[in-house]
Design a protein around this ligand. Structure first.
Ligand SMILES: Cc1ncc(COP(=O)(O)O)c(C=O)c1O
Length: 303
């Protein structure tokens, strides 16, 4: 990975190589933390995309999981901006993590101190430039998404991502770039770290929030689609609807808008990036880079 110079840990900047935790850090053993993934984009000036929404979701994740963040929202916001600036980054990925530190082992995390770290580093297209430009090959995973009754999908809880890692590795081992996970009812839920959209006969469909993360890119795409008068419906979808779709794409902070052109070795539509995906991808890219005044309030400039 590309690195940066400093990581913010509990109020202080540590050199990248010194940003370490104790081996018995509770979250390291049991996944008992919550996190966010945020992006900053070049523009004039560079800006963080929907920062307040990400901070709100971090608070929601913490509330759902029952972990008390030891810093206020303004403090975290300031720390994130300082981390980007201190590292002299313009375009980067930002990772705040709220975790239980070291003090007591066993499954009750509560006796441990709650800590917050914020890293930022340059991270280009998560699923690769080729996937963004020409479309990704993905598979429907044999693992099902965490049931909402087991781990709430609304929260970005560290341990939930063991399920995502299983899906990601399965995809890579079988020659795909990522997996689509079905829920425990057999409906399409989401990618391992992305929401999913399907286009069929000019209508955009996406699964309801009951089985997937309330993605901030998902919400942005819904708002852009409304603005462009592209009809949109939230709908439970079966695996077969992926195969018969005209277009499919992933959305996510890391993945941005990534077209999917092959699902389970079947071409999606004509096997090329479709027109609606292209249009939404272009608008999204213009917005994040500060080239669309209509959505400029989604950006927090880094002066
Ligand atoms: C499981 C999962 N679904 C969807 C998303 C997309 O969410 P967002 O657009 O807020 O990054 C992510 C990324 O955070 C994720 O981890």
């Amino acid at each position: 990975m590309k690195t940066a110079k400093f990581i913010w840990m509990n109020g202080k900047f540590k050199k990248w190589k010194d940003a370490k935790v104790h081996f018995l850090t509770h979250t390291l053993h049991y996944g008992t933390g919550v996190f966010e993934g945020i992006r900053c984009y070049t523009g004039s000036p560079p800006a963080i995309f929907r920062l307040d929404e990400h901070l709100k979701r971090l608070e929601d994740s913490a509330k759902i999981f029952g972990i008390k963040i030891p810093f206020s929202r303004p403090q975290i916001k300031k720390a994130i901006i300082r981390t980007v600036k201190k590292n002299k980054l313009k375009q980067c990925y930002i990772r705040p993590l709220v975790y239980y530190g070291y003090g007591a082992m066993g499954l009750n995390p509560k006796p441990n101190p709650v800590q917050l770290g914020i890293a930022a580093w340059p991270w280009e297209h998560y699923l690769g430039k080729k996937a963004i430009e020409q479309g990704a090959k993905v598979k429907v995973c044999t693992w099902i998404r965490n049931s909402p009754d087991a781990i709430p999908p609304k929260a970005k809880i560290c341990g939930a991502y063991a399920n995502s890692a299983l899906g990601k590795v399965e995809a890579l081992e079988e020659g795909s770039i990522d997996s689509i996970l079905l829920d425990d009812q057999g409906f399409v839920a989401e990618g391992t770290g992305e929401n999913i959209f399907v286009v069929k006969e000019g209508v955009l469909y996406t699964p309801p929030l009951s089985n997937c993360l309330a993605g901030i890119t998902r919400k942005s795409i819904i708002e852009i689609a409304e603005n462009q008068r592209i009809p949109l419906k939230e709908k439970e979808m079966s695996r077969g609807e992926l195969y018969s779709a005209d277009e499919v794409f992933f959305t996510g902070t890391a993945a941005e808008v990534t077209p999917i052109t092959i699902v389970d070795n079947r071409k999606v539509g004509k096997g090329k990036v479709g027109p609606i995906t292209k249009r939404l991808q272009k608008t999204y890219s213009e917005i994040v880079h500060g080239k669309n005044d209509q959505f400029s309030d989604w950006l927090t400039p880094i002066q």
